[in-house]
Design a protein around this ligand. Sequence first.
Ligand SMILES: *Cc1c(COP(=O)(O)O)cnc(C)c1O
Length: 369
Amino acid sequence: MSEQNRVLNRCAPGVANLTPYVPGKPIAELERELGISGSIKLASNENPLGCSPKALEAMRATLGEVSRYPDGAGFALRQALAEKHAADPAGVTLGNGSNDVLDMIARVFLYPGAESLFSQYAFAVYPISSQAVGADLKMAPARDYGHDLEAMAEMMSDQTRVIWIANPNNPTGTWLREAELRAFVEAVPAEVICVVDEAYVEYVAEPDYPDASRWLADFPNLIVTRTFSKAYGLAGLRVGYGLSHPAVADLLNRVRQPFNVDALAQAAALAALDDPEFIRRSVAVNAQGMQQLLAGFQALGLNSIPSAGNFIAVDLGQDAAPIDQALLREGCITRPIGGYGLPHHLRVSIGLAEENARFLEALKTVLGR
Ligand SMILES: *Cc1c(COP(=O)(O)O)cnc(C)c1O
């Protein structure tokens, strides 16, 4: 650190050693870098169908209002979400993406000396938001790439303040079953926040997959997070939410930026809730695409981690980074996950049938099979 920049020595302790989240690059930026065009992006678990036409229409109808501040309380959207979940609107916390809600949770319940408990291979935002506020990070070892709830329970201590569970998890796609997750949440002490992140809930077809939002009345320390970024196809708008006991939502709202969800996002999300057919179609396309990729991996002799989401981590049996680079030159943007400690795996979002086919063809070429 240079003499002139002594102020850098004085940033918050957690921030000094923080490694920021590395997002997937936008298509346009990569194409510019590589001098290519016509690429497909299967890197950020976005909905390949786009979003509901009702959401687009609602945004168009709202364009004339963008000179005004949005409804800071998000009244209509929170009301609709409360109805969807048979919950109290006072227990709904809107976020600029669910990432924003996760960050609010860290800012409210974590601080230096408090412990934040999460699993190996779990979504990267948990440690990032926790470290930013100076909390102690506790990472439980994974089992079969997924959350090992026994290991997590063993790592709970008197200092534990927040436990994060992604169900399904990103980047592994692993999921927890109803009986095991329910028993775990029951065992979490009442003074410890338990977050169940359900970003991919719409895609899960497993019969014993639990919708933890149904448990809110039983656990005042439970926060369930959801997003409009994945199945609803509104990732670019940034809107998600937390469901919790109203008293917990009250704390979260104290640190929430007053206008964190913009007017277009509120209008689009509200309209998207009114189009269950779009979600059904998205889930069907995803299920078919998942089968297509699994069959393609099998033909190439590749194993993958069973996934309940709209993406899958495939084991290339070798360093995935150079393969990812070679795929880029073939016009396929995917996601190496070496940063998660899975250097041989490549995370691929499920695309449209023709995109999946093109990716499998490119993979075959790049692997020389
Ligand atoms: C994508 C994702 C999120 C959040 O996405 P937002 O766009 O911020 O709503 C949260 N959790 C997991 C596990 C995710 O994969």
